[in-house]
Design a protein around this ligand. Sequence first.
Ligand SMILES: [Zn+2]
Length: 262
Amino acid sequence: MPPLNDDAIVLRTSDFSETSMVVTFFTRESGKITCLAKGARRLKNPFDTAFDAMNVCRILYYPKSGDVLQLVTEAKLTERFRVDSTVAIYAGFHVVQLLNHFTENFSPQTALFDLTKIILNDILSLDPICRSASLEDPPEKLSRCLLHYELRLLQLVGVAPSLRECVECGEKIEVRRGARRAAFGMREGGVLCPRCRPGKTRVVSLSPEALGALQLLASPEERFWKRLQLSQKTLGEIRGVWNQYLAHQMERPVPIFQWLKR
Ligand SMILES: [Zn+2]
């Protein structure tokens, strides 16, 4: 097969031999691919120091059908993920780890590629305010940005929870101020109306403020989620429920969430 050019986000790398490396990319046109990069560990190599996680590059690779490893022969760095704060680095790793977990090889997802690129840029731009923050207390803007990414990622891979209508019967769930707390079924994957709630296990409750915020954070439109400002209380409540849901979807505890208490 002829070689292909593609834009690619670096998800992870590992050493393969003394001179070579295995790189997992999320490409715009072909989705996730894993490539052998011969000579990438040599001082002089054709890869333009592009292979650090979260970097975006333009690659040339030879697709090999039936093979797990593709062969990447060229890479040109287009966007370097360079940040100073530990909080921003963790946030970047969090994004690529989730993307790696929820995607399959050769399953193209252009919208997911574009979204991830935007979010990595958002994290870069938040680096200055992350410098004075700690892992236990990340800036509100960053928490919001990551929640938006997580919600949209799950939408795009088809495992998003139902946040507006009862997941069982489709009845609309009220989020106006003063409305009662809504039941959220982890197993059912979304909110439950009072009629469908009885008898369900692993159900948590959400305040109307937290549910309303989750609905806006899940919106693809920037004007909805970027203009929000969430109190510590609401963020803490959202994280409490949302981390459980994500861990449930991932079928294992998510170590990186330990620092994302809010
Ligand atoms: Zn119902």
